[in-house]
Design a protein around this ligand. Sequence first.
Ligand SMILES: *Cc1c(COP(=O)(O)O)cnc(C)c1O
Length: 398
Amino acid sequence: MPSALLPMRPRVPIAPILSASSFRRGGARADDARLPSVLDAGSARFVTSGRVAIALALREMAAGPGDTVLVPAWHSPSMIPPVLWRGATPVFYRLGPDGAADLDDIAAKAAGAKVLMVTHYFGFHQDLPALRALCDRLGLGLLEDCAHAFIGEHAGRPLGAWGDYAIASSMKFFPIYEGGVLVSRRHDLRSVRLRSAGPAFEAKIALNSLERGFDYGRLPALRAALWLPMALKDALWRLRARPGGAPAPALAPSSSDSSFDFDPRWVDKRSSLFARAMLRLASPGRIAAQRRTNWLRLDAALRGLPGVRPMFDSLPDGVCPWVYPLLADDAPQLAARLSAAGVPVVGFGRPLWQGVDASVCPNAARLSASVLSLPCHQELSAQELDWMIATVSGALRA
Ligand SMILES: *Cc1c(COP(=O)(O)O)cnc(C)c1O
């Protein structure tokens, strides 16, 4: 049995959880040596998810009924409901085999379009100078979707600085339970007014983030200090679930629980104090360095294994990866095997929005069917990476 040779199965966190590895150490700004983040791209508004930031960006660009919004044929299902919320119509444009936006197809579909949304898949940037020039020529607003690219730069500018607006998803990069950012370098964001979602929301977000850190054993000393507030929180939660009564209103958006739903009630809500404090304390340079190291380690070990192919040939300077994507010959079977073994498999771009298939874009259909990803975030330990690599290799050689 090959499994007998593997080290003991750890519980590997699928996304960043709270520990020391995201933060600046002793004020050492050298940590930031130095990849910029979208927060360096322009002025910012902090909301509760990336999809809410998309909705606000579309509202700022006055996209509405009668307008089309150009959306990549390979997408997160969470990108579409904000377009529909505005009353606009999504039109899907083609991508190259590696996810590069097809400029000719965009130009062909530009009549009646107001906004072009482009996604920097997995942290790897699109051809921003060419897209900026195309949008200027066609009179399109450019919305940079930096959901996978909170940190990173291209041609001397932070990602997010090329678009009229950019959005990012804080939960994908930082150990927090909610958060999205709307950024603009070209436009004033003063008209975007946000309100607090209230003290219960603030408390829930802080405690959930801590609790997740405890769950994975990352914060033992703090845990001892906080057992009383955590017990109180549990008791309060039980009280809120009034038996037989009306369901209590949600204290956090469903976007925090891997749902693709869009709830317009969160559009005007400010991100929690806890999440905003974390973003301020975190070190983009340190997070990027750790993610790049983990990505390269996975790449060195998994490149060349049978049945899979890395999505990217290399890791260019300026890229801070979200995850490590592989194209698998039989992605559903491999994902099932890995999940059964306890490997956290990150899904993206499956299912596609209704009606988007190979007739719209063959490459999007192929990417959607074959890409699966492994985490490379800053909280992974060397043992966890080794175990993931051994388990993935075992599953592919079996
Ligand atoms: C996750 C994601 C979003 C939405 O971000 P949330 O914070 O989950 O709302 C938008 N675009 C892409 C490409 C994503 O992967």
